[in-house]
Design a protein around this ligand. Sequence first.
Ligand SMILES: [Zn+2]
Length: 249
Amino acid sequence: MDPSSSRSAEGDSAAHARPAYQPAWTHGREHAVTTALTGEHPDPATDEVGRVRPLRVVRGADEPDLVAAERAAFAFLAALGVELDTESLSATPARMARAYAELFTPRPFDLTTFPNDAGYDELIIARSIPVHSVCEHHLLPFIGVAHVGYLPGDRILGLSKLARVVELFARRPQVQERLTQQIADWLRENVAPRGVGVVVEAEHLCMTVRGVRATNTSTVTSALHGQLRNDASSRAEFFSIVAPSRATS
Ligand SMILES: [Zn+2]
């Protein structure tokens, strides 16, 4: 029953014979996270009569191996001297495995876009979208908010989808700079707006509970594309709308 016993039974040569560990969130994941058409037409936005067909943003094919993760969590905690043979701790390795699996798994969603019939050409911004991610260097959470804006082109996006795009890239081991860039790149590629702006403000537990122990330190990152990057007044307008959450805190 001891989950760590399998390791000693297998020995080092068996460990070497195993295929290389290939977690689901390795950097190829962006390619595994596909925007699959729900129909068979090549145009992702509309069908032959112009109706909107949503894109289903799906997870990669690799499901987490919770049994192996629990076994590894048991060995990890035991190696750190955590006594696991009490009633309250006996299920901790399994809970830990499920918790990290959840943190590394974005929920699938339909990317619904609509024709920009009204020709709306001003900024659309969702402010203070929650960000729950995990730093890839320490596997400790970083938590904060994202402000995501775009200047629409021919299509506009369901507003709730901006939060789902943030989650798509937050739910994996991450660094904040890459997270910010990936959100902006994804919107540019999938919505084809005239401009995209993303600002992420987050507190990293690896900075506040260990290491330098810099409490109340937030890290701010931004990524801009198109008109929000190149046009000074658009850029200034974006930051003036996004800034109050920092200025008033
Ligand atoms: Zn860290």
